[in-house]
Design a binder for this molecule. Structure first.
Ligand code: ADP
Ligand code: ADP
Length: 231
């Protein structure tokens, strides 16, 4: 695992929208930090700046002690797993093929990709024999979400970025996925930044919580207990 450090990071989109302002925070190695705040406050933009889908217009972002702009994009993709709401699985590929996306891009052998993908499916609680050959539309929402997590873990990234990973499923499934995810994290110990607008989820999952407000301002960055106890 590696820490993630944001130093005075800002993003102004070309149309003038100030999505994030002077954001500084450190996500410690092996910890899960939750970004919480109202819709439009810049949470997704922060994740997308960390994995360089969006370029910051100010400040800098370090992965460990390396500036992410200096890391080669393929290496960065390997080191950062990304999970989004509704997962974005490739509809015309099987579950196994979806999980193997990043290892394939990395040029792993067919056998190694297949073995790793099956192992990952087991890890997220899906029997590869039962589910590996299915297509995404043949899965429930919760199962698709698990495949998304498996895919993000496939190349053994040091960091996981998760954008509303559990919001697209019903509340009962969500609670179960959250509990399973906590157990998984106890095993894999990734550095994780998870975006949500659900305070219960933030408190249940977060080692630390960053509260953002409109215009990407950091209001608070503290333990769940301290955030809950705040006036
Ligand atoms: P959140 O994830 O908290 O809902 P976002 O990071 O998606 O917030 O968006 C933050 C702000 O930036 C919003 O006002 C949004 O409309 C704006 N925004 C997001 N992407 C773009 C873009 N590509 N161009 C212009 N504005 C954008
Ligand atoms: P391509 O354009 O090469 O087909 P995509 O950009 O669609 O690939 O990404 C394929 C998958 O790789 C995504 O669905 C996602 O799971 C993963 N991915 C995409 N971007 C990143 C990233 N920055 N870091 C880690 N994984 C990523």
């Amino acid at each position: 695992a590696a820490s993630i450090t944001l130093e005075g990071v800002g993003k102004r989109y070309p149309d003038g929208t100030e999505a994030v302002r002077e954001l500084s925070l450190e996500v410690r190695a092996g910890e899960l930090t939750v970004l919480i705040g109202p819709s439009g406050c810049g949470k997704s933009t922060v994740l997308r700046m960390i994995n360089r889908l969006v370029e910051p217009t100010g400040g800098r972002i370090l992965l460990g002690d390396e500036d992410v702009t200096r890391v080669d994009p393929v290496a960065l993709r390997r080191r950062i797993g990304y999970v989004i709401q509704n997962v974005g699985l490739f509809p015309h590929q099987t579950v196994l093929a979806n999980v193997g996306t990043v290892p394939r891009l990395l040029g792993w052998s067919r056998d190694r990709v297949r073995r790793r993908s099956a192992e990952l499916l087991e890890l997220v609680g899906l029997d590869p024999k039962q589910f590996g050959r299915r297509y995404p539309h043949e899965l429930s929402g919760g199962q698709r979400q698990r495949v998304g997590v498996a895919r993000a873990l496939a190349a053994d990234p040091v960091v996981l970025l998760m954008d509303e990973p559990f919001s697209a499923v019903d509340p009962i499934v969500r609670t179960r996925l959250q509990e399973e995810f906590l157990r998984l994290q106890a095993d894999v110990r990734k550095t994780i930044v998870l975006v949500t607008h659900d305070l219960d989820e933030a408190v249940r999952l977060g080692d630390r919580i960053a509260v953002l407000s409109e215009g990407g301002r950091l209001e608070q960055y503290d333990s769940p207990a301290a955030v809950l106890g705040a006036p």
